[in-house]
Write a protein that binds this ligand. Structure first.
Ligand code: AMP
Ligand code: MG
Length: 319
């Protein structure tokens, strides 16, 4: 389907799955409450979990929220890109998009297909990840097809998502007290260096969960049990005869071992680890293992986003 037809479709209130540089999104006209309600239905997502609104760029924001100097600085430096701002909303944004909050999440993605699409839209696009709520996010069009293919008509294939984890979310409602709400594809250190100041981290946040429900303890989860290791998995364990567990290592092991050993990168580079994470989890989840044993990434840069996803994927409580 060409982009013109896709825009027409969106204007009519239909949903379209679209590629972004982070993960595939399930998009609707953000100013159309009925279309946005369909996103929650299709994903079986609780309506208390607000959606991110995607815009062509900083200039478009004024129509939807109250901008401030901090947002202008960050947009200048990082947009289009994997950085979402939380800002006080204007009344034009429907309640269903913000889960009734008086703030709205906004981002300008940097994927060529997404940009072409949104440049011709006269409305913002509400788009969460195009997967059933709490399952592993999609980084390929076939992931969307596999999970939601029978519920949505149109999936735009833009190839594999380059970054592979969701955007970093910063709360800029109070520009003097900026805070990271979710670790993501833009490393916190890059944001702090650019602005020459520290941002409060999610683990220090006193913000109640209701303002950042993407932070539910269980999320990004395979159906297979996932066990997290904070120290490297040793070769003894890898060479055991137990074939019921898959091992997901951060880097390729020095010798080739058996086919239940998998890795996220050749040399431990965090960019590859993040880019491959969700696709690998999906692959292992459908391979019939009883358990997936995964190594934690180093606690810095993109490693923070990877570990955040892995911890939620491993969460076994009822939440
Ligand atoms: P995603 O599911 O990746 O599209 O991310 C959406 C997430 O953005 C939500 O789960 C929240 O964590 C966050 N979010 C969206 N809107 C708001 C808002 N108004 N205030 C705080 N966080 C928000
Ligand atoms: Mg999601």
């Amino acid at each position: 389907m060409n982009l013109r037809s896709v825009r027409k479709f969106l204007r009519l209130g239909e949903l379209v799955a679209i590629p972004t540089e982070t993960v595939y999104g399930l998009a609707a006209n953000a100013l159309d409450p009925a279309a946005c309600a369909r996103i929650f239905e299709v994903k079986e997502r609780p309506t208390a979990d607000p959606l991110i609104c995607h815009v062509p760029g900083f200039d478009a924001l004024d129509a939807y929220c109250h901008v401030n100097e901090r947002a202008a600085q960050l947009a200048e430096r990082f947009w289009p890109g994997p950085l979402t701002f939380i800002l006080p909303k204007k009344p034009i944004v429907p309640d269903i998009v913000t889960a009734g909050l008086d703030s709205v999440a906004v981002r300008s993605p940097n994927h060529p297909v997404f940009r072409q699409l949104i440049d011709g839209c006269d409305f913002p696009l509400a788009a969460p990840s195009a997967n059933p709520f709490s399952y592993i996010s999609p980084t390929l069009a076939i992931h969307v097809q596999a999970n939601l293919g029978n519920r949505i008509d149109t999936i735009l294939d833009g190839g594999p998502c380059d970054l592979g984890v969701e955007s970093t979310i910063v709360d800029l409602r109070d520009p003097d007290r900026p805070a990271i709400l979710r670790y993501g594809a833009l490393p916190v250190e890059s944001i702090e260096n650019a602005l020459q100041r520290r941002f409060a981290r999610p683990e220090e946040s006193k913000t109640p969960l209701s303002i950042a429900p993407g932070t539910l303890p269980k999320h990004y989860s395979p159906r297979t049990q996932l066990e997290l290791r904070s120290t490297p998995v040793l070769e003894d364990e890898l060479s055991s005869n137990d074939r019921t567990a898959a091992y997901l290592l951060l880097r390729k092991p020095p010798h080739s071992l058996s086919n239940h050993i998998h890795w996220l990168s050749e040399n431990g580079e965090l960019e590859s680890i993040a880019a491959n994470l969700f696709a690998k989890l999906r692959e292992l989840d459908s391979a019939g293992y009883e358990k997936i044993v995964a190594e934690e990434a180093p606690e810095l840069g993109l490693g923070l986003a990877v570990n955040d996803r892995l911890r939620r994927a491993a969460y076994r409580g009822d939440a």
